[in-house]
Unconditional design. Structure first.
Length: 388
């Protein structure tokens, strides 16, 4: 059976690696719809290569560019375009590879309509975890993780009962600043932060890896996806990024999933996993080449984002959504040279400290909290820039 895909965020790092998976299995996969945000020319090239009949873009101006290049293609644009794209005819699986809270609406639209979602966009689960999980449970649609850690956990959980699981152990590469002193962290640059030792990712995810906020977001993601309490979710730094995460069982055994650090593997597993494993033409893991796998505890003094994420996750309510939105603003301000590296987590913490939690019950509640946190974070960044 040929599976129809919607690839949201097709021009990004995960989006482009998803295209590689499609190139490897052209007889089994068909792309129904793709989206982009700023790289409209790249989107046109993708639509041409894969004979895609629908695309979604940010605004009317971009829509005109696509129409001029591809007159036969149906173009969606504007606020509801991603959700509409996710619900396109012929879509069996939505790959959500968008960055940030922009992924919430299409994920909920698909899950509410009973369409399976393979989710790279962890921010959606952090900001609207309860809602997303409830939507999947109500409709019976599957929410499949693409993040390598959560894919590893999902693979390790195959065939085990929930009662058997004692806890989850997420691995973290430690990012580019794992061995950098607290003093030196004051002056690291954007280029330093973007030089990730093991993974090639989009800018926001790479900066989140440098602050360890990425791992914090993943802890919250794991809590919602696997219904495991925060006390039973741990993080271990594993610089080689070969073990992608582990599950601890009540008899003391642990299962781990290993592979080369290549996101095409979890993407392919998310697409085909239900039907078993399929051939992958990419590099294989050679343990004799890896030689040693090492582990260390995360340093939560130099990298306070991880403790902050546990705090927000455990507090629940609107805290995870606030943390996520403030972090998006602060990480991108750092990328734009408007904030120093240590300022990222400092701003997030100050936004959280000034927030009174509510219990977001609807999508509008989540979006309101998200808006509030963004405005607050921007104001604090401006103040910090003035040296206030
Ligand atoms: N990259 C990885 O290895 C990796 C691993 C695990 C999880 N993830 C997660 O996967 C998601 C995507 O990460 P990435 O590294 O692929 O990011 P990325 O390279 O920055 O790509 C993001 C994609 O989303 C689009 N986009 C950006 N802002 C948007 C908005 N406001 N509305 C709609 N679309 C928007 C971009 O379009 P344009 O390019 O046209 O601007 C691009 O297609 C993130 O949630 C990240 O945490 C990534």
């Amino acid at each position: 059976m040929v599976r129809g895909l919607a690839i949201l965020g097709a021009t990004g790092s995960i989006g482009r690696q998803t295209l590689d998976v499609v190139r490897a299995h052209p007889e089994r996969l068909r792309i129904e719809v793709v989206s982009a945000y700023s790289n409209v020319n790249a989107l046109v090239a993708i639509a041409r290569e894969f004979s895609v009949r629908r695309v979604a873009v940010r605004d009317e101006q971009q829509a005109q560019i696509v129409r001029a290049a591809l007159p036969a293609v149906h173009v969606l644009w504007g606020d509801g375009a991603l959700a509409e794209a996710a619900l396109s005819t012929g879509v069996d699986l939505v790959i959500n590879a968008v960055v940030g809270a922009a992924g919430i609406k299409p994920t909920l639209a698909a899950l509410n309509a009973g369409v399976d979602v393979a989710l790279a966009n962890k921010e959606t689960v952090v900001a609207a975890g309860r809602m997303v999980v409830a939507a999947a449970e109500r409709s019976g649609a599957r929410l499949i993780p693409i993040d390598s850690e959560h894919s590893a956990i999902a693979q390790c959980l195959q065939g085990y009962r929930r009662d058997d699981v004692a806890g989850l152990l997420l691995t973290a590469s430690g990012g580019p600043f794992r061995t950098v002193s607290a003093e030196r962290l004051r002056t690291v640059t954007v280029a330093d932060a973007l030089a990730h030792p093991t993974w090639r990712m989009g800018a926001k995810n790479t900066i989140d890896s440098a602050t360890l906020m990425n791992k914090g977001l993943e802890v919250i993601e794991a809590h919602f996806l696997f219904s495991v309490p925060y006390d039973n979710i741990d993080v271990v730094v594993h610089p080689q990024s070969i073990i992608h995460s582990l599950v601890a069982f009540r008899d003391g055994s642990m299962l781990a999933q290993l592979s080369v650090p290549d996101m095409r593997l979890p993407i392919q597993y998310a697409i085909f996993g239900r039907d078993g494993r399929v051939e992958a033409p990419w590099e294989r893991l050679d343990l004799t080449q890896v030689a040693s796998l090492t582990f260390e505890a995360p340093d939560t003094v130099r990298f306070p984002a991880l403790s902050l994420a546990y705090r927000c996750g455990e507090a629940g309510g609107s805290y995870p959504a606030v943390m996520n939105a403030a972090n998006e603003v602060a990480a991108m301000a750092f990328a734009a040279g408007q904030l120093d590296f240590l300022g990222i987590v400092d701003i997030v913490e100050r936004v959280i400290d000034g927030h009174e939690s509510v219990t977001p019950l609807t999508l509008d509640d989540v979006l309101a909290v998200d808006d509030w946190a963004r405005v607050r974070a921007r104001a604090l960044i401006t103040e910090r820039g003035r040296g206030a």
